[in-house]
Design a protein around this ligand. Structure first.
Ligand code: SF4
Length: 493
């Protein structure tokens, strides 16, 4: 461990901003665009990244570690104790002052604060608490603050951070307990799931208390609004507590009061999130998404983030992925995650023990549709909202618009286009007034062929993929001059 004394604040920022870049709880992780001399801004060294507020706004965050010193030996981490990297530590005054200086210059709207574990979990968490308290009370900073909880730290400290932060997260790191044991020997499922459960129950109890404090009939404020997630998730999701062990059932935490005077916001009002590393251990997509499903159901998480494994330590016993394999996989996991949160899918509908990984050629919703052709085509003027959500090319908004619009008139294909339906995908799975837009052969092979984009079609030529070669006669309505549509890049719609 190389600890250098007397580092300037700028040098510390460079080291600790760079050390935080592997955390993907902010969506712009990994961006490394440098300034060109005739442009403004530089994402390389200052540690600024972007995240999305609950109302969909993109906000800039200062993303830093309090320290990159660490006593733990997580194999996937550049900051692990045995690595010979330059170490630095912010004092709480430095981290809070820096946040305010950036904020005053309008560079950022909030802070994303994480930390290595040094010298103990409690000491690391206390330093973070002190920073956030300085920001909230000394500087009266009311902007967004996201804090990573420290596994193994005293629950009291975590709770006090929760009273001051907007969002908290505890990284699950690896999808299975065995994976965690082999790659992060100093962490355990217990030290990770305990604070996660504590934060979940704290949020719940705080919301309940705020609800009870209001006179009946009075509309709720920020903490009382129902979760957007709850609006969309069906109540009957099948639970898989076994994915997270007995801890998923623990229910014994009581939220205390804020110890610091002047706390005005709720407990972790923006909810909690987590992150899993993908591809460091051998879990299938089915295992990963089953854990995700359990986390949403059992821990009320706002988001699960997936991070494709990069062998930053060049360890010979760790996988060295070449090319985009794990990034493509990460993309599929995010698409499936979206289907779970907003489209009322269950993971058992998308994957199974026998078919444990996502199709790299089709997004999960198209893949589901071509494997369940017995459910299609659906009649746009009659299908219920839940069925419409399962049609590729129909998103949440367009399904809602269809249900509303068809109360006034019978819908046809041009209406669907105006509503926002992506017809180039939907056309194989819907009818309007009993008719398809074009005659389509309802077979898995032919529809798959139409849905796979041109680039992937080319890639396929040299590969064995199990789909039959399309014949000219499979193309719909060649006589009418119709060209089969090419699917886009694979959004969740
Ligand atoms: S606890 Fe593990 S992941 Fe976190 S900084 Fe230390 S070595 Fe890295």
């Amino acid at each position: 461990m190389v600890v250098q004394e007397g580092l300037s604040l700028e040098r510390k920022l460079e080291i600790l901003g760079d050390a935080a870049k592997y955390d993907v709880a902010c969506t712009s992780s990994g961006v490394d665009r440098s300034g060109t001399g005739n442009s403004m801004g530089n994402t390389l060294k200052c540690g600024i990244c972007h995240s999305f507020a609950a109302d969909g706004r993109c906000i800039s965050l200062l993303k830093i570690l309090m320290t990159n010193e660490c006593i733990f030996q997580c194999k996937y981490c550049i900051n692990r104790a045995k690595n010979d990297v330059l170490r630095a530590t912010f004092t709480p005054e430095e981290a809070a002052g820096l946040t305010m200086e950036f904020y005053r210059r309008n560079y950022i709207e909030g802070l994303f604060l994480s930390s290595g574990i040094y010298p103990t979990p409690d000491a690391a968490a206390e330093r973070m608490l002190e920073t956030v308290a300085l920001l909230r009370f000394q500087y009266r900073f009311a902007g967004y603050i996201h804090v990573k909880a420290i596994p193994g730290a005293d629950g009291q400290i975590t709770e006090q951070i929760g009273w001051l932060a907007d969002r908290m997260s505890v990284n699950l790191e690896l999808p299975t307990a065995e994976g965690l044991r082999s790659l992060a020997p100093n962490k355990s499922r217990k030290t990770i799931l305990t604070p996660m459960r504590q934060i979940q129950l704290g949020i719940k109890q705080n919301r309940q208390a705020a609800r009870e404090a209001l006179p009946s009939g009075m509309p709720g404020g920020r903490v009382l609004l129902p979760d957007r997630q709850e609006e969309f998730l069906p109540s009957s999701l099948e639970c898989r507590p076994e994915q997270l062990g007995d801890l998923a059932e623990e229910n014994s935490y009581t939220l205390g009061k804020p110890l610091l005077k002047g706390v005005t916001s709720g407990f972790v009002p923006a909810g909690q999130s987590t992150q899993m590393i993908i591809g460091a251990t051998g879990e299938t997509d089915y295992q990963i998404m089953s854990v995700t499903e359990s986390l949403y159901q059992k821990f009320d998480l706002k988001r699960v983030f997936y991070s494709a494994f990069v062998n930053v330590n060049q360890d010979s016993d760790m996988p060295n992925w070449i090319g985009r394999t794990q990034l493509d996989r990460e993309h599929r996991l995010y698409q499936a995650d979206f289907l779970l949160r907003y489209y009322q899918f269950q993971i058992g509908e998308l994957l199974s023990e026998d078919r444990p990984n996502f199709n790299m050629l089709l997004d999960p919703k198209c893949d589901y549709a071509v494997r369940h052709l017995e459910l299609f085509p659906v009649e746009i003027n009659r299908a219920d909202y839940h069925t419409l959500l399962r049609v590729p090319g129909i998103g949440v908004k367009s399904a809602q618009r269809i249900v509303k619009a068809r109360r006034m008139a019978v819908l046809d294909f041009p209406d669907l286009k105006k509503i926002g339906v992506v017809l180039k995908r939907a056309v194989y799975f819907i009818t309007c007034q009993g008719k398809m837009m074009y005659p389509v052969k309802l077979s898995e092979d032919s529809i798959t062929g139409y849905l796979i984009d041109e680039r992937k079609q080319k890639e396929l030529k040299g590969e064995q993929i199990g789909y039959q070669q399309l014949s000219l006669f499979d193309l719909p309505s060649m006589a009418s001059g119709y060209q089969p549509p090419v699917a886009g890049g694979g959004g969740a719609q």
